[in-house]
Design a protein around this ligand. Structure first.
Ligand code: ATP
Length: 368
């Protein structure tokens, strides 16, 4: 899918001036409260009319203020999922799911009800009333309802914001499947680094109504300075791995990366399954020698590729570990003490705490 958006919109004292080009299957709009994320979603969905500019989805012009084009909301074929699922309380789950269909002419109905129900794991909920569902279940039904309208694009405005961490972890795999198998590109609004690291293929960062950075998720997340609020704590590298084998006696799974293996808590996946692993910059320690007598199980050899600008007492050290780009956040003092410089061979020691559940997700599969 391609999304081309170049708009200017004023609302009150706020001005949005955003230009976005994305080919990602799941494009995350990330930024602090008030940055303009929802305004962009509303402009794409047709809820607001931008003061100026163009919006083109998959080559179809939805808005072009110069030539007076403004496709109305109901003709855009765009599905939206909001923070609160907004299910109809008087309809059961099946009726909620089918509701969206009523607005799609019969000949244009392509979405397969059972396939969507299976994808989202909501088959057992069909006769239930929304009031009896958990927050995560409600959101899965809301996603299903949006998909059944046969959208060409799915907008998700902080769909997980009202859920606790456990519910979020429960729903991530469904969004990953949707991203990889659903054939509907997604634009997701989020202000959680954890969420975008897990789900996004492309990231657009917004600040005060402007795009401050945009690109493939792995390129953006490595630049911890782009995330001044949460960056140093949460950002880092995304690497693609696959399951090598399990060590069930120890409750562990061994993953293959380009530079070596990583051992993580046992995963219920077959050998060969592709995975995306987030390695946070703050969870990586550097050593000049191969470490010995250490409890950490994960050590990847590599070399320093560059050293970032200091940020207070810390600095980001970019590493090349067999072709995987990692980033370690260390103190300036360590840089000096270890004599770190581009080209120097090092060992990246990854703290075992780095592998909490939400940091290990399914790797986006190639678009077909
Ligand atoms: N109808 C409106 N009239 C005037 N100002 C508005 C209107 N709607 C939104 N704004 C302002 O526009 C700015 C951007 O709002 P927007 O909802 O797009 O931000 P956001 O990045 O989605 O924030 P959040 O993460 O809090 O949802 C904010 O300063 C908001 O107060």
């Amino acid at each position: 899918m391609t999304l081309d958006l170049d708009i200017c919109h004023r609302q009150g004292s706020f001005t949005l001036e955003a230009r976005i080009h994305s080919e990602g299957r799941l494009t995350a709009l990330f930024g602090q409260s008030g940055a303009g994320k929802t305004t962009i979603i509303n402009a794409i969905g047709g809820l607001i009319r931008p003061s100026q500019g163009r919006i083109v989805v998959n080559g179809r012009v939805l808005v072009d203020t110069q030539s007076g084009i403004f496709v109305p909301k109901h003709k855009r074929h765009i599905g939206t999922v909001f923070q609160e699922g907004r299910l109809f309380p008087h309809l059961n789950v099946r009726q909620n799911l089918l509701f969206g269909r009523w607005f799609t002419p019969r000949r244009e109905r392509v979405a397969d009800f059972s396939a969507i129900v299976d994808l989202l794991g909501i088959g057992h909920l069909l006769d239930r009333n929304p009031a009896t569902l958990s927050g995560g279940e409600k959101q899965r039904v809301a996603i299903g309802r949006a998909l059944l309208t046969d959208p060409q694009l799915l907008l998700m405005d902080e769909p997980l914001a009202s859920l606790d961490e456990a519910r979020k972890s429960e729903i991530y795999p469904y969004i990953e499947r949707l991203r990889d198998e659903g054939n509907v590109p997604i634009v997701l609004v989020s202000h959680s680094v954890t969420e975008i690291a897990r789900l996004a293929t492309s990231i657009v960062i917004l600040s005060d109504g402007r795009v401050t950075a945009a690109g493939p998720a792995e390129d953006i997340l490595r630049q911890t300075n782009l995330f001044p609020q949460t960056g140093p704590a949460e950002t880092g590298a995304l690497i693609e791995t696959h399951v090598l084998h399990h060590e069930e006696a120890f409750g562990l799974t061994v993953l293959q990366t380009r530079a070596g293996t990583l051992t993580v808590p046992l995963l219920d996946l077959a050998p060969g399954a592709p995975l995306r692993v987030r390695l946070r910059a703050r969870d990586i320690i550097l050593s000049l020698q191969p470490p010995e007598g250490l409890s950490a199980l994960n050590v990847l050899p590599g070399k320093v590729s560059s050293i970032g600008e200091p940020d207070g007492s810390s600095v980001d050290v970019m590493l090349d570990c067999g072709g995987d780009s990692l980033v370690a956040r260390v103190t300036r003092k360590s840089v000096e003490r270890l004599g770190l410089r581009a080209g120097l061979p090092v060992h990246a020691i990854i703290k075992s705490i780095a592998f909490d559940r939400e940091a290990v997700g399914r790797a986006p599969t190639e678009e077909t």
